[in-house]
Design a protein around this ligand. Structure first.
Ligand code: TYD
Length: 133
């Protein structure tokens, strides 16, 4: 089973331009409690390098692109987030890394919980212990 769980957001377009809605009831498989976005990422910077104990997230590049790798402790897969239509569901216990940010990249993340450092697994060794036990 693929680690890459793509959510396709329909574009609502008319002669004025485009609009995309992300609603918990239709596209997002949890109630959204927090929204954050990553932008102005400097050249050759990669981010992420963590998993969550419980939190779930959906990530989408609303502008530009980046390459995301997802790892469940057994296998790793990568996906380009390169369209505002293309979201990725990231479940708990998935190690994520983001690379190759374009200058114009705005990576939007929706989360089902408030920020809590205690939910982070920031050591890859600890992540492997948790996922392979
Ligand atoms: P971090 O999660 O380490 O960023 P990334 O994994 O994308 O590289 O977060 C960077 C900093 O921002 C860290 O000090 C925690 C803080 N932060 C918040 O205060 N609230 C949030 O919702 C998030 C995601 C991070």
């Amino acid at each position: 089973m693929s680690l890459i769980k793509i959510i396709n957001f329909p574009t609502i377009g008319d002669e004025r331009g485009s609009l995309i809605a992300m609603e918990a009831k239709d596209q997002i498989p949890f109630n959204i409690k927090r929204v954050y976005f990553i932008f102005d990422t400097q050249k050759n910077v990669s981010r992420g390098f963590h998993a969550h104990k419980d939190h779930q997230q959906v990530a989408v590049c609303v502008s530009g692109k980046c390459r995301m790798t997802l790892d469940d402790g057994k296998k790793s897969e990568e996906v380009w987030l390169d369209s505002p239509n293309k979201g990725i569901f990231i479940d708990k216990h998935i190690w994520r890394e983001m690379h190759d940010f374009s200058d114009d990249c705005v990576l939007l993340v929706l989360a089902n919980e408030n920020y809590s450092e205690s939910d982070y697994i920031r050591s890859y060794d600890q992540f492997l212990k948790i996922t392979n036990q």
